[in-house]
Design a protein around this ligand. Sequence first.
Ligand SMILES: CC(C)(COP(=O)(O)OP(=O)(O)OC[C@H]1O[C@@H](n2cnc3c(N)ncnc32)[C@H](O)[C@@H]1OP(=O)(O)O)[C@@H](O)C(=O)NCCC(=O)NCCS
Length: 189
Amino acid sequence: MGIINKIKQFCFVTLRIIKYELLSDCKRVSGRPKKHHPLLLKGRGKIHFGKNVQIGVIASANFYSHYTYLEAREENSEIIIGDNVAINNAFSIVSFSKVIIENDVLIGVNCSIIDNDGHELEIDKRSAGNPEVAPVHIHQNVFLGSNVSILKGVAIGKNSVIGNGSVVTKNIPENVIAAGNPAKVIRHL
Ligand SMILES: CC(C)(COP(=O)(O)OP(=O)(O)OC[C@H]1O[C@@H](n2cnc3c(N)ncnc32)[C@H](O)[C@@H]1OP(=O)(O)O)[C@@H](O)C(=O)NCCC(=O)NCCS
């Protein structure tokens, strides 16, 4: 890498990575992902990274503007990311209970996983009440296309693919392609 490119890398990538490290407040982190892109780790729960977890892709949208956001909000919340998981830019997880991503999962740009409703649905309890919460489990070798949202209580079976822009509200079996809002199986692999 030439000197100009090294300066650009330092100013526009490395300093941003450091900024989000300084802003992170999660104290119960284990494992060390490879950060190509900023990563913000929040919450009182546990966040675990397996071996060879990649955060961010330079040749992809949102690389210079966005960051990856992982929040294990409560004391008992957990986010567990397995080995060889590759996460494209602008990914987020908000876990109130447990989110598991098994080994060899591929995640496209701008995906999100949320294991809770964020707010209670009852009209008069919306800001103060307890939202519904249910764990999320992404099994081994799943591929999430870009702009996929995975909602509370969902399990995605081994090897399955989720199409671009899908909203996954119910379990998806293994070895299928599912897509759409709400995501439905479109064919078997
Ligand atoms: C889901 C996907 C893999 C399906 O590819 P495919 O097997 O070639 O499927 P086809 O394009 O033949 O589509 C089959 C049917 O599913 C529908 N479909 C395909 N992708 C869809 C999507 N993302 N959302 C909703 N419907 C979709 C098609 O409209 C078609 O419907 P029809 O049978 O009623 O005409 C592909 O569309 C996709 O989303 N790829 C992921 C791209 C991406 O985000 N990559 C990440 C880069 S890191």
